[in-house]
Design a protein around this ligand. Structure first.
Ligand code: S3P
Length: 425
């Protein structure tokens, strides 16, 4: 493939969820431009409507308006989070501070994901939870008056950290959290600051004090670096050319993959730095690269957790053996990504192994061919679609449509990379 493209990727998924939630808790009308309109974003919007917020339809290219309310209303039906772990966990935090019972559920992938890691500390704050099974959705939350908490998370997780901070916001109580390993994405902390809350970070503890008030906002959502990563990866595998992606979020807690790619001999140029709503944004420029292997350390993992599928397919084309340390969290993502990455890489003829919490990928030159099982996991689907762009590759992805969980129009964007096609996603 010869790349010649100047594109935008859809709005950031993490930021879209958070902005919808914040706007729904603000008494007044907010406007979001460039927000993500994927299946996951729609799940959050649908639930917020059930809770009494007025959220306009999520249509690509159109602003979303949200008429929020200081307190949510009791929903009449179950709250269905679809495939979205972020929706489920962040909402559990907010609902913990509401004096009614509501039940959250999700699709079969989400129902197998752990929720007790969120509900345990929320129960310490005073909320009550009833599980149908051992762990996971469906779960009924009965909220009420909360107490503050000082808590060390069992894993570095932005969803877990955000659930507690949002419980603090909705309940008007202080929250102190710290993460055990590397720092996970800090979007919630930045958004709280942008909304005028006091939030302190001494590099260990994050301290939130309920001193602010959520006011309606008018805000643009930057492009999602996790979506950008797939187009960047496809360009790196191309024969020649150049890709510019405009307006991509470059929050350092999200761009660990850029640092790893630079180590792999594939630097991405970052230009036109600016800020949008407290988040750093820039253009990313990239071309094809000769990839070399690397070792990705445990402390780096939280900053690139969603990019491991893409990095591991690139590693299968690199010179040498790439090792990802302490990636056990991949087992509880939208699929068991640790097992699926290894088995799918082998299914297309590469050498890969998951041993304990380590993923090892051996680079090679053979053309990938074989059938990829996605288990409905959007990032597995997109990572292997990228591998399938190699000339002569015969990669069949069993469910390419699941990319719509985070990246509506992914196929079109991938096709738009090819020479002479300049369009905006
Ligand atoms: C997210 C946090 C990450 C990430 C997910 C989105 C968020 O999970 O994998 O896609 O928006 O907070 P963790 O909770 O493991 O950090």
């Amino acid at each position: 493939m010869i790349v010649d493209a100047d594109l935008r990727v859809p709005g950031d998924k993490s930021l879209t969820h958070r902005m919808l939630l914040f706007a729904a808790m603000a008494a007044g009308t907010s406007r979001l431009g460039g927000a993500l309109t994927s299946f996951d974003a729609r799940s959050t919007a649908r639930i917020l409507r059930q809770l009494g917020a007025k959220v306009s339809p999520l249509v690509a290219g159109r602003d979303i308006t949200i008429q929020g309310r200081a307190r949510f209303q009791r929903p009449t039906k179950q709250l269905h989070c679809g495939n979205s772990g972020t929706a489920a966990r962040l909402l559990l935090g907010i609902l913990s501070a509401h004096e009614f019972a509501s039940t959250l559920t999700g699709d079969s992938s989400l129902r197998r994901r752990p929720m007790r890691r969120v509900t345990d500390p929320l129960a310490q704050m005073g909320a009550r939870f009833t599980f149908e099974g051992q762990d996971g959705l469906p779960v009924t939350v009965e909220g009420g008056a909360l107490e503050g908490i000082r808590y060390t998370l069992p894993v570095s997780s932005a969803q877990l950290k955000s659930a507690l901070l949002l419980a603090g916001v909705a309940g008007g109580v202080p929250v102190e959290v710290r993460e055990p390993g590397g720092r996970s994405r800090d979007h919630t902390e930045r958004m709280l600051r942008a909304f005028g809350y006091e939030i302190e970070d001494d590099g260990d503890w994050i301290r939130f004090a309920p001193t602010g008030r959520i006011e309606p906002v008018s805000q643009e959502v930057p492009g999602d670096p996790s979506s950008a990563a797939f187009l960047i990866g496809a360009t790196m595998l191309a024969e020649s050319g150049r890709l510019r992606l405009r307006g991509v979020g470059v929050n350092p807690t999200r761009t660990g993959f850029l640092r790893v790619l630079a180590r792999m001999g594939a630097p991405v140029a970052v230009e036109n730095h600016h800020e949008v709503g407290g988040e750093p944004v820039a253009d990313l420029i990239v071309g094809p690269a000769e990839l070399t292997s690397t070792e990705v350390a445990a402390a780096e993992i939280p900053g690139l957790i969603d990019e491991i599928p893409l990095l591991s397919v690139l590693a299968s084309r690199a010179d040498g053996t790439t090792v990802f340390r302490e990636v056990g969290e991949l087992r509880v993502k939208e699929s068991n990504r640790l097992a699926l990455l290894a088995s799918n890489l082998r299914a297309v003829g590469a050498q890969a192994e998951a041993h304990g919490n380590t993923l090892t990928v051996v680079g090679g030159r053979a053309m990938p061919a074989g059938r990829v099982v996605t288990a409905g996991d959007h990032r597995i689907a997109m990572a292997f679609a990228v591998l399938g762009t190699l000339p002569g590759a015969k990669v069949r992805v069993d469910d390419p449509a699941c990319a719509g969980v985070s990246y509506p129009g992914f196929d079109e964007s991938l096709r738009a990379l090819a020479a002479g096609r300049r369009r905006r996603a």
